[in-house]
Design a protein. Structure first.
Length: 49
């Protein structure tokens, strides 16, 4: 994994984004993701393909 390469722009080499990691099983650090998962589970229950 090239984290520095992901954080810099390939056009001009300036910083473009920040990469950060969350702790596993800590839903409070992934609020938007958990909210979207909850909305999707209303229509697509877990375990269905």
């Amino acid at each position: 994994m090239d984290l520095k390469g992901m954080e810099t722009s390939c056009i001009d080499g300036k910083p473009r984004t920040k990469v950060f990691f969350v702790h596993p099983y800590t839903a409070c650090e992934r609020g938007t993701n958990e909210n979207h998962d909850r909305m999707l589970r209303r229509f697509f229950p877990q375990g269905r393909a």
